[in-house]
Design a protein around this ligand. Structure first.
Ligand SMILES: [Zn+2]
Length: 164
């Protein structure tokens, strides 16, 4: 169980890492915020009890270049930094698409609810496919500049090294 100090340190490291990835993805004009809240999918009401674990999510307030990223607890402490890098890249790509999604959402009132639901689900699925493919290809070019989590370090200090 991480200590409060370790959690605070990891929060700062992850927030900085999101910033680093955003910069490398050409989002220097964006503000990034990393929140220590669990990700959710409020629109679909998905939770871990539904058998689907939401690993991460992202929010962009209307009219702002503000990427808000949330990661599940297991990603905070993962030793699989390649996967973490891909997840952050994936969420930042979704952030880039939020303005597009807002425009698409304007048809909501013009369609019958059932039609909108089916169409919107197809649109979300298509976006997910595209974001997955782009993130998989792009993430390998992005920095892996995150220190290992405390759980990855051996007791007494250092990843696999012995302090004498
Ligand atoms: Zn996604």
């Amino acid at each position: 169980m991480p200590t409060t100090r370790q959690i605070d340190k990891r929060y700062r490291e992850l927030a900085q890492y999101v910033r680093t990835i955003a910069d490398a993805m050409g989002m220097r004009d964006w503000t990034t915020t990393f929140l220590s809240e669990s990700p959710t999918d409020a629109e679909h009401g998905l939770t871990a009890s539904d058998g689907l674990v939401i690993q991460a999510d992202s929010i962009v307030p209307p009219g702002r270049a503000l990427a808000i990223i949330r990661l599940s607890g297991n990603l905070w402490w993962t030793e699989d930094l390649d996967h973490l890098r891909e997840v952050i890249c994936h969420e930042l790509l979704h952030c880039r698409l939020w303005p597009y999604n807002r425009i698409v959402d304007t048809v909501r009132g013009t369609l019958a609810q059932q039609t909108y639901d089916v169409w919107n689900e197809a649109r979300r699925h298509a976006e997910e496919e595209v974001v997955n493919a782009l993130a998989a290809g792009w993430c390998v070019t992005l920095p892996l500049a995150l220190p290992p989590s405390p759980s990855a370090a051996s007791p007494g200090g250092g990843s696999g090294t012995r302090v004498l």
